[in-house]
Ligand binder design. Structure first.
Ligand SMILES: [Zn+2]
Length: 218
C-alpha cells in the first residue's frame, strides 16, 4: 500500500500541475473514441503500452479479456459495451489478449476449481476459442498451445462482442461508424499483433497499420 501512497504524492506534486489544463477540459465530459477491453492482468498497462492520456480510452478489464455473449451474463461487461457504443459513440473496440495469460493457462491445466465456482463458470466462456485454433498447429508443446489458445480466445471474444445488439447495429451500418479489432500483447517484447480478418493471421501491428493507412489514402 505504501508505494500507492508515495505514487499519489508524486502525482499530486509532480504530475498533476503539468496536466491541469488537460484535466480542466475533462472535468465535466469525456469523449473517448476507443473502448479497450483487456485482461485484468497487472502486467498489461494500456496507457503505458499505447502512451495514451486520460480521456483517450474507455476501459473494460476482465479476467482473460472475456466478453460473454449477449444475454449470457448480464452485467458490467455488457453494460460497458452498450454505454460505450450507444452513448459515447466510440469508433473502435479493441479486444486485447496477452502472453502468459493465467485464465487460458487454467483452461489448459484444469486445476481444481471447486472452491472457485464463479471463476469456473467465467472460464467456460473461453470454450469457443478451441474452434479458432490455427489449423495444423502442433499441440505437443504446452507453451505453443498456450500462446495459440490466447490468440484463438481473442478471435472467440471478438465474435462474442459482435452478438451485443449495439455493436451489431453499428457494424451493420454502411458508413464504418464502428470497427472492432483483436490484439495480442507480448509482455516480454512489448510488441502487439493484430488479427487480420482477410488473411486470417495475426500480423505485427506496424505491418497492419502501414497497409491500413495505405488503403485509406487510396
Ligand atoms: Zn490474462
Amino acid at each position: 500500500m505504501k508505494h500507492l501512497l508515495q505514487g499519489y504524492t508524486r502525482f499530486r506534486r509532480d504530475v498533476f500541475p503539468g496536466m491541469k489544463d488537460h484535466f480542466h477540459l475533462l472535468a465535466d465530459i469525456q469523449q473517448p473514441d476507443i473502448l479497450f477491453i483487456t485482461c485484468a492482468d497487472s502486467r498489461v498497462v494500456p496507457d503505458l503500452i499505447l502512451q495514451t492520456e486520460p480521456g483517450d480510452m474507455f476501459l473494460c478489464r476482465t479476467a482473460g479479456n472475456i466478453v460473454p455473449p449477449h444475454g449470457a451474463m448480464p452485467g458490467g461487461v455488457s453494460a460497458t459495451i452498450e454505454y460505450a457504443v450507444a452513448v459515447l459513440h466510440v469508433r473502435h473496440i479493441i479486444v486485447c489478449g496477452h502472453s502468459d495469460c493465467g485464465a487460458l493457462k487454467a483452461v489448459l491445466d484444469k486445476p481444481d476449481l471447486s472452491r472457485l465456482p464463479l471463476t469456473a463458470k467465467w472460464l467456460g466462456y473461453i470454450e469457443p476459442a478451441w474452434k479458432h485454433l490455427e489449423p495444423g498447429l502442433s499441440t505437443s508443446d504446452p507453451r505453443t498451445l498456450h500462446t495459440a489458445l490466447i490468440h484463438a480466445n481473442v478471435i472467440a471474444q471478438l465474435e462474442n462482442l459482435k452478438t451485443h445488439p449495439e455493436v451489431a447495429r453499428a457494424l451493420a451500418l454502411a458508413h464504418n461508424t464502428l470497427e472492432v479489432h483483436g490484439w495480442y500483447y507480448d509482455i516480454l517484447t512489448g510488441s502487439i499483433e493484430t488479427w487480420d480478418q482477410q488473411t486470417r493471421r495475426f500480423l505485427p501491428l506496424e505491418e497492419w497499420a502501414s497497409s491500413a493507412f495505405l488503403s485509406a489514402e487510396r
